[in-house]
Design a protein around this ligand. Sequence first.
Ligand SMILES: Nc1ncnc2c1ncn2[C@@H]1O[C@H](COP(=O)(O)OP(=O)(O)OP(=O)(O)O)[C@@H](O)[C@H]1O
Ligand SMILES: [Mg+2]
Length: 339
Amino acid sequence: MTPAVEFQSVSRHFGAVKAVDRVDLTIAEGSFFAMLGPSGSGKTTCLRLISGFEMPTSGAVRIFGEDMGTVPPNRRHVNTVFQDYALFPHMSVRENVAYGLMVKGVDRRSREARAEEMLALVKLDGFGGRRPAQLSGGQRQRVALARALVNEPRVLLLDEPLGALDLKLREAMQDELKSLQQRLGITFVFVTHDQGEALSMADRVAVFNEGRVAQVGTPEDIYERPATRFVADFVGSSNVLAPAVTEAFGGPRAWASLRPEAIRLAPGGRVRGTVTGARYLGAGTRLEVRTGALPRTPSDHHDGGIAVLVPAGAAVPGVGAEVALDWDAGALHLMGEEP
Ligand SMILES: Nc1ncnc2c1ncn2[C@@H]1O[C@H](COP(=O)(O)OP(=O)(O)OP(=O)(O)O)[C@@H](O)[C@H]1O
Ligand SMILES: [Mg+2]
């Protein structure tokens, strides 16, 4: 099957800034694809390269097999939902949703009927007569979604669409977006810097770092088998072990990642250490344990120690306690060097 979107060695440089640098991507039709990465890593620029508001410095972008080299944004069968929604404040909700159809010259009756269908789809029946100012943040977000979907895009681009919502609403919208995508079968390309959001919604995730793709894979791939130190650290703050530490912990001399939740406190365990900190997280307690072999991490998340997640209900040793740590042999995940 022809992919919905393909990047072939795509770069977009702004002077000396390599916003996007030799990126290769394949986004399957009908999939939910997440672009995950820290601020400034090139996610929005990639979306703009798909929508056509930005052109590559080099390389090729293809949509359904067609080279987009000279194709303007309005010919790409792509729509974008922006973080700030960009609704027209002086128009009713119904007129906002129908706007794209008006631009295409669809008559008033047909476009209003279509707008009502879209509002029902995003569970906003009966809200058509209101102004955006009379809606909650979550409701505005749905209007923005309906306004993009009314154009029947083959690819929907979403740039941090849930960023302005509180946690509870964000989680509810995550579930709704996912089920909407599955019902409609449209390809979603979803940008976020929230790893939980990417992991819970996407079929595939591309992790961006400084304009480059560090890894592409399923959520399980990138969480359980991170390809690089950056991915291990960014996606769920793992213990990143330097080669000497991995060796001291009974593995080969190579960079490795060891998830805090994969470590248990066990008398007679492989490694002994001292508890130097404890943070209560509700679903568990995250301990910092200083061991003889100090791990180094790129971001110093772990304060020179090993993070251990003690599940809720288990006994939590106090700061200063001597403990022994153990893990299953498979928990030590080896990583290559940074590409
Ligand atoms: N028009 C432009 N001119 C110059 N530099 C730009 C331009 N657009 C983006 N950049 C730079 O390119 C880099 C990537 O920007 P981009 O907006 O793609 O990041 P992002 O991953 O979307 O970040 P965020 O999570 O903060 O939205 C940044 O360093 C940014 O300053
Ligand atoms: Mg951005």
